[in-house]
Design a protein around this ligand. Structure first.
Ligand SMILES: NC(=O)c1ccc[n+]([C@@H]2O[C@H](COP(=O)([O-])OP(=O)(O)OC[C@H]3O[C@@H](n4cnc5c(N)ncnc54)[C@H](OP(=O)(O)O)[C@@H]3O)[C@@H](O)[C@H]2O)c1
Length: 262
């Protein structure tokens, strides 16, 4: 039985992940952390009396020392993320990191830490299978349609922009080329063309009511091709979370992206 701790258990992803772990055979949810101290137990937070009694902790190291998890799943956000992951690795815990917003330098450091400690670290910017397939199709399409832009939409509460998925999508589009006419455009509004990653402009929408949506628009002579993925609820991420939990039992080292686990 693998003991699981969820950092960010009171959040939208953390709550959905807790429900998922509680239903999985071979895994036991033994601890949960949030930023602010809660008087409510997990059963009260999930509004489910069947859920075992579990108090929510706020201190990472003392929770680890008292409950001794084997795996930590992190759905918090970019703030203070790397130091927290580093602490958990010191205790020889395997990590599944769903939080987005790590800088490329932080990502490299995490990979290094995984090597140094010999622990599995799965950094998964998007657990939705459809989003992973979209990235694969975008890579393929960019060979034939080198001009493309990405529009990514998320909830207004998302702490980072652009999304980790849009950056990874752009990075993977090896055939993509920048707009040759970009220097000649006169801009009356700064930032109107979005940000540029590997020749692909990324536009970020943040609005209430959206979970996660990504559109990659390719333009060619006399035609466009649009790939769209829509996460309609946080349930869309749970098959990916389950897969990561199943795979982390083996020896995998550092893994970036769900595609490496498929
Ligand atoms: N990989 C994926 O497929 C995927 C999918 C969706 C979202 N995400 C990412 O997952 C992360 C969480 O998203 P969300 O929508 O669930 O956010 P959310 O609803 O705002 O929840 C954030 C959670 O993290 C906790 N938290 C924040 N800082 C903390 C800290 N320093 N120590 C301990 N707990 C801390 C919060 O505690 P309090 O409640 O006490 O503030 C809360 O439980 C974001 O980075 C988001 O981009 C990833």
């Amino acid at each position: 039985m693998k003991k699981v701790m969820i950092r960010g258990i009171t959040g939208r992803m953390g709550r959905e992940t807790a429900r998922t772990v509680l239903k999985m055979k071979g895994f036991q949810l033994i601890a949960g952390l949030s930023k602010r101290k809660r008087k409510k137990t997990l059963a009260e937070i999930l509004q489910d009396s069947e859920v075992p009694e579990l108090e929510i902790g706020v201190k990472l190291e003392s929770e680890i020392e008292s409950r001794k998890p084997d795996i930590m799943i992190d759905f918090t956000g970019p703030e203070g993320l790397l130091p927290a992951l580093e602490k958990a690795l010191k205790y020889k815990i395997d990590l599944i990191v769903g939080s987005t917003g790590l800088t490329p330098e932080e990502k490299s450091r995490l990979e290094e830490l995984s090597r140094e400690t010999g622990r599995n670290v799965f950094l998964i910017p998007n657990f939705a299978l459809g989003a992973v397939l979209l990235m694969k199709f975008a890579r393929e399409a960019s060979r034939f349609f080198p001009r493309a832009e990405i529009i990514e939409s998320h909830s207004e509460e998302k702490a980072d922009a652009p999304s980790g998925t849009s950056l990874a999508t752009a990075e993977g589009m090896e055939g993509a080329r920048p707009n040759p006419g970009e220097d000649e455009i006169s801009f009356s509004l700064p930032g109107v063309r979005g940000g540029n990653k590997e020749g692909v402009n990324i536009h970020s929408i943040r609005l209430p009511g959206i979970v996660a949506r990504q559109e990659v628009v390719f333009g060619g002579e006399g035609q466009t091709l649009t790939l769209t993925h829509n996460s309609l609820s946080r349930k869309s991420f749970m098959p990916g979370v389950k897969l990561a939990l199943e795979k982390i039992r083996g020896k995998r080292g550092f893994v970036y992206g769900l595609e490496e686990l498929l």
